[in-house]
Design a protein around this ligand. Sequence first.
Ligand SMILES: C[S@@+](CC[C@H](N)C(=O)[O-])C[C@H]1O[C@@H](n2cnc3c(N)ncnc32)[C@H](O)[C@@H]1O
Length: 312
Amino acid sequence: MNTLSLFEDEKRSISYTFEKGSVFERLHFLADESIDLTITSPPYNVGKAYEKKTDLNKYLEPYKDFAIILFKKTSETGHLCWEVGNYVEDSEVFPLDTFYYHIFKEAGFKLRNRIIWHFEHGLHATKRLSGRYETILWFSKSDDYVFNLDNIRVPAKYPGKRSWKGKDKGKPSGNPLGKNPSDFWRVTCEDWEKEIWEIPNVKSNHPEKTMHPCQFPIELVQRCVLALTNEGDLVLDPFMGVGSAAIASTMHNRKFIGFDTNDHYIKIAEKRMLDFKKGVLKIRPLGKPIHQPTGKEKVSQIPEEWRGLLCK
Ligand SMILES: C[S@@+](CC[C@H](N)C(=O)[O-])C[C@H]1O[C@@H](n2cnc3c(N)ncnc32)[C@H](O)[C@@H]1O
């Protein structure tokens, strides 16, 4: 294979490979049952810098073979997390996960959750409601899959609750490590207060922002990696962009392999990995609260000109 960058540091269990080229041509080179987690966000066919918009069916066609090969490459206890939004044509919305669900199901994957990733910011629509979420389809290959719920628990709202009947009557009814974080991940605002996962999408004022138009927040990948893999496992991002999944994986001592057709993105990914190893990469810490306006900032106050205009 044309291995663009390969790094191994056995002392720190850091091992990653970045491959330049189309994953549709290269996936079959990987060993069968070698991938423990695939986490990715493919092109959405919306005309971003790295894709050419085409007919929806034509766009989806190569993913059918891709899904079959990916199933073969996934370990028996392994997973797929497929993050997508909408394809829009003539103002009509086509939720991509509804198409991908069938493609991966037919290849043999079993859906475990359809996670809503909600974020606060984005374009304001004028002819429909502004889109503020995307979805992650989490599939496993078999019924015997890795799931480390304790790694991702969040604090319970009422940890002091007690059972009121049965053999555990009077005992605390929750889990001391916190509760299941649910399938609704919102933009971060103190997980430990609000008991939901809130992950900001990567916009210009985010510390992780590069020139890539649709970067993953590292936090989002971290949660999947922590829950769905063990140390030493292999994570794949077939459309790795600037390597957010590589960083999240190596942070938690997982091996990583990623593909991208764009040299420039891979170079940025390499630079981010070097910065990460040096400890100088800016990363939004897992669970860090998002800035909440106090109401005193000028931008959070009602403009002078609007005073007296009442909401209908
Ligand atoms: C939505 S972006 C993924 C961004 C990534 N999650 C990140 O955090 O940077 C999709 C990526 O897929 C890449 N890509 C497009 N077609 C590809 C193909 N056939 N094989 C591999 N990568 C491809 C694009 O260059 C782009 O970087």
